[in-house]
Design a protein around this ligand. Structure first.
Ligand code: 5GP
Ligand code: ZN
Length: 114
């Protein structure tokens, strides 16, 4: 999608530190990490938010989640634990409107989140 920063990252028009890539998803380091490990996982197909994922595309969500789990295992944070965040729309604080899971780990998380 034109003017979407994450689509530009997918197309390699904007550089990123890629952690994992396959035909459906891309995972890359967050540019402003909030934890020692902070990876973003996105579908290569553009959807603005969770609200825009149609029922017939629901498999992308489980694929993203299990890839987040795999990255957590590979980065050595699976045992101690990690947090997966999916901000949706304005009240959540979503800033980039290409759906993305945050994978955060490597430190103790607080609860509830702000
Ligand atoms: P949101 O608030 O939308 O859930 O999170 C957007 C995230 O994208 C933020 O954590 C922000 O640091 C990250 N981000 C925004 N622009 C870029 C970028 O150009 N490159 C990378 N790697 N991360 C970005
Ligand atoms: Zn996009």
């Amino acid at each position: 999608m034109d003017n979407c920063i994450f689509c530009k990252i997918i197309n390699k028009e904007v550089p990123s530190k890629i952690v994992y890539e396959d035909e459906r998803v891309l995972a890359f380091d967050d540019i402003n990490p909030r934890a020692p490990i902070h990876v973003l996982l996105i579908p290569k197909e553009h959807f603005g938010t969770l609200n825009e994922i149609p029922e017939e595309k629901k498999d992308i969500l489980s694929h993203l989640l299990l890839k987040a789990r795999q990255i957590a295992q590979e980065k050595g944070i699976a045992e101690n634990g990690y947090r997966i965040v999916l901000n949706t729309e304005r009240d959540s604080g979503q800033e980039v409107f290409h759906i993305h899971f945050h994978l955060l780990g490597g430190r103790q998380m607080k609860w509830p989140p702000g």
